[in-house]
Design a protein around this ligand. Structure first.
Ligand code: MRU
Length: 319
């Protein structure tokens, strides 16, 4: 199944509406979701029609275009959708600034999206240098084109390395409960990059058996001291990587770096609904009485990070 969106993108603005690839339906069906109003855009972000920090930011700039006549209320509605990914807040502030400067809102939103796509491409070019022939690399969640409009963050180095003819293998964590690993699987499959999905619990086994040479993940918010929030399960992968002497890299553009927060302890972790754990593909996998806890993200301390792959360079340390 190929992405048949506009130029293979996760979302775009057309006919006065935001068009999304509906990520809730992937990898089984390629369907689209149209948001004509701010509330529909907010729903798309909240319900994860669109997901991944930079893609959420892109949805937000277009959401601001839809609600341009009531800017403060639009910003408030969109800010309430998801609390952890910094790109959402960065994108809303960007649009407020542009409107204050009397720039055309749709032009400003389009510029934002093109800029993010270009930053992700540059992340790919910088991160590609870390990939050597024969390497086996683990990634967690989905930080590919779907999560960023195009190219991806963690997956961008894979695309570029593959296009340059490098031979390597990717292990994709399944990433319960939303199984974003299947989106990574779908993207790598289309690109023809050799890979396999593994159960989240299997990552330690593969690291200890010498099957993994490097880990690259994306991030939802990276704060001043280098701590970062990413999909739940990232922290334990980082600890296991350190224990096994495996370098752990984080890939993200400027819009994910939150300079207003000093330490990861201050990051708000989104708690999501029971059904994400209790129901899979409309099938109940837990009895009704089962109570669950479902934090969507965790925070990895900076001491576990070998480097931050950004659009400008690979930084060994922040702050
Ligand atoms: O809840 P999601 O799917 O929006 O979360 C996205 C992630 O946590 C990804 O791991 C990703 O690395 C950050 S966005 C490129």
């Amino acid at each position: 199944m190929k992405i048949e969106g506009k130029e293979g993108r996760a979302l775009w603005f057309e006919d006065e509406a935001i068009q999304f690839i509906d990520q809730r339906k992937l990898p089984y069906k390629l369907e689209y979701y149209t948001a004509k109003t701010v509330d529909e855009c907010a729903f798309a972000i909240k319900d994860m029609v669109v997901r991944g920090a930079p893609a959420i930011g892109a949805a937000a700039v277009y959401g601001m275009v839809l609600g341009i006549n009531n800017l403060d209320k639009t910003a408030e509605t969109l800010r309430k959708t998801r609390p952890t990914a910094y790109d959402l807040f960065y994108a809303i502030d960007y649009m407020i600034d542009k409107v204050k400067k009397c720039e055309d809102p749709l032009d400003a939103a389009n510029e934002y999206v093109e800029d993010i796509v270009d930053r992700c491409r540059r992340i790919g070019e910088n991160g590609e240098k870390l990939i050597k022939n024969g390497m086996k690399i683990l990634t967690h969640c989905n930080a590919g084109a779907l999560a960023t409009v195009d190219y991806g963050t963690a997956l961008a180095p894979f695309y570029i390395a593959h296009r340059k003819g490098k031979k390597f293998f990717v292990y994709a964590d399944e990433t319960r409960p939303r199984c974003q690993g299947l989106l990574t699987d779908w993207e790598l499959e289309q690109e023809g990059i050799p890979h396999a999905v593994i159960a989240d619990n299997a990552a330690g086994h593969f690291m200890k058996s010498g099957e993994i040479d490097m880990v690259i993940t994306g991030a939802d918010r990276i704060v001043s001291n280098g701590d970062f929030a990413n999909k739940i399960g990232t922290y334990e992968k980082a600890v296991l990587a350190k224990e096994n002497g495996i370098p752990f890299y984080v890939a993200a553009p400027i819009s994910t770096f939150d300079k207003t927060i000093k330490s990861g302890d201050e990051i708000i972790i989104e708690e999501r609904g029971r059904e994400e754990l209790a129901v899979i593909n409309n099938c109940k996998i837990m009895p009704d009485y089962t109570k669950v806890k479902n934090p969507a993200f965790d925070v990895t301390p900076a001491k576990y990070v070998a480097g931050y792959i950004t659009e400008d360079e690979i930084l060994k340390k922040l702050g």
